[in-house]
Design a binder for this molecule. Structure first.
Ligand code: ME8
Length: 497
């Protein structure tokens, strides 16, 4: 059986997930559900990044110890994923001992190989971002990312000489065109590596400055830099190094879904960490774009986040999942707007999909006493009927190809092209005339084709809209239809005049 290992970033727990976090997680969920449906052995991992300054600060603000704070927020985090129908197989927390042990093993391994060396560090540090900047970068004493003042810090730390492996990484990326996707991000990383010499990465923090982290096994006065700790989650969840069987089964198929904000960590630091430890890189990294509010990235630090649960309460889970993946190409930035969501709802969902399901059930009631005629592949039918059957037969492969490329829009367009064709087939066939003319055989075949379309549609939309797919299936699973309310009643917004 082929395996598929897909991961999301492990999110910081200094707040609950917003739309941006839900986007990556829903994308991973859709791929997982699709591959499971196709019979693959799937491992879908998500989790939380619980060490470091940010989380410590959030805990202090609530007057809690960091451990109390993270333990308190995790159930709420998991609840958001439950509400969004996320089918993860494993949830890793960086405070779990299975993770801590792997991090310590990994650090010791690199240390023994001479990859980590002690040195003095002096630099400008942004506390909220946990990043050191050069004088040039921190122009005017401000962090170039968050625009808050940086602090001058001098301390003794362990460094990882990334540049030793730079030539290897460059060659690796060139030899593996699908390693970093989309192509624009791959090119960005390639030119970065071609134009710069990687600076040494500081992988520790003195315990005196930051106590909330994993102590280095060879220097207990230091804790692990939060990114070094976090990236290792992708292999600690596989039980590395103890569970070699699981690691060997899943690691070769690993796909990291991330936002473009953390591309460098995943496409440069992480592969080099693995290579230095004698392991090979993940199979692929896909960095998607940002959800924005107006022209700004949606983010906790900007305070402009939208809570996914509010959108769910108003429109339902499936509508939310559909909208995120249908409206913006995976890889580009998009603006989250209620109007755009309502437009998709009324168009794709109410007019196209909802209408197709409802009218098919209604036609069965009207023309066949609610029966569901059995589909006959070789039935005699019009050329438009035959072309629907052909389209239906090609749908699975079209969706497979699209999702292999992580092109959610192409997958949904393939499904909607069948939906559109089937709606047109009704207009062309005019079943009411067939009924009048007593053409029972043609009418039965027409209905059978329509129900077969619904089965295919339900199957292929299931990864995107699990509840809707289940509803459609339950309406047509017996030999008689079970018609309920329309799936997506049109939304009519009252305009304020
Ligand atoms: O970076 N649009 O965690 P984080 C789209 N702990 N996606 C967004 C987004 C937006 N506006 N905002 C956030 C961290 N995301 C680290 C990761 S992994 C080893 C460690 C999504 O909580 C997107 O996936 O800041 C982004 O990469 C991630 O959340 C950052 O989450």
């Amino acid at each position: 059986m082929t395996t598929f290992y897909v991961t999301t970033p492990i999110y910081y727990v200094n707040g609950l997930p917003h739309i941006g976090h839900s986007y990556t997680t829903i994308a991973a969920d859709v791929l997982s559900r699709h591959k499971r449906q196709r019979g693959q052995d799937v491992l879908f991992l998500t989790g939380t990044d619980e060490h470091g300054q940010k989380v410590l600060k959030a805990a202090q603000e609530e007057g809690k110890t960091p451990q109390e704070f993270v333990d308190g927020i995790i159930p709420r985090f998991k609840d958001v994923w439950k509400r969004l129908d996320i089918s993860y197989d494993d949830f890793i927390r960086t405070t779990e001992s299975r993770h801590v042990e792997t991090v310590r093993y990994f650090l010791q391994l690199l240390y023994d190989k001479g990859e980590l060396v002690l040195g003095d560090y002096e630099g400008l540090y942004c506390v909220p971002c946990e990043v050191f900047w050069t004088e040039k970068q921190a122009e005017g004493g401000l962090c170039p990312d968050c625009r808050r003042p940086v602090e001058r810090i001098k301390e003794s730390n362990y460094f990882f000489k990334l540049s030793r492996h730079q030539a290897w990484l460059l060659e690796y990326i060139k030899a593996h065109p699908d390693f970093i996707r989309p192509e624009s991000r791959r090119n960005e990383v390639l030119s970065f590596l071609e134009e710069n010499t990687l600076s040494d990465l500081c992988v520790s923090r003195p315990k005196s400055r930051l106590s909330w982290g994993i102590p280095l096994p060879f220097s207990p006065d230091h804790v692990t830099y939060v990114w070094f700790d976090a990236l290792i989650n992708y292999i600690s969840a596989l039980g590395f190094p103890g569970n070699r069987k699981k690691f060997d089964a899943f690691w070769p198929s690993a796909l990291h879904l991330i936002g473009k904000d953390i591309l460098r960590q995943h496409a440069v630091i992480w592969p080099i960490m693995l290579h230095a430890a004698g392991l090979f890189p993940p199979q692929g990294i896909f960095a998607h774009g940002w959800w924005q509010v107006g022209r700004e990235k949606m983010s906790k630090s900007r305070g402009n986040t939208v809570n996914p649960l509010d959108v769910l309460d108003e429109f339902g889970i499936d509508v939310y999942r559909y909208f995120l993946l249908r409206d913006v190409p995976f890889g580009l930035d998009g603006v989250f707007s209620r109007d755009a969501l309502i437009k998709r709802f009324n168009g794709d969902l109410a007019n196209d999909l909802g209408n197709l399901v409802y009218r098919t059930l209604t036609m069965s009631e009207k023309y066949a006493d609610g029966r569901i005629p059995v589909f006959d592949r070789d039935g005699h039918r019009s050329s438009s009927g035959s072309s629907i059957v052909e389209k239906m037969d090609g749908l699975g492969a079209a969706v497979d190809t699209a999702l292999e490329k992580i092109d959610f829009i192409a997958a949904l367009e393939a499904i909607w092209s069948l939906i559109g064709a089937a709606n047109k087939y009704v207009e062309e066939t005019k079943p009411w005339n067939l009924k009048k003319a007593g053409q029972t055989e043609a009418l039965e075949d027409f209905l059978a084709v329509m129900f077969q379309v619904l089965r295919h549609v339900a199957l292929e939309i299931a990864p995107f809209m699990p509840q809707t797919a289940a509803k459609i299936s339950s309406q047509i699973e017996a030999d008689r239809v079970a018609k309920g309310e329309p799936l997506f009643p049109r939304i009519v917004e009252e305009k304020n005049s």
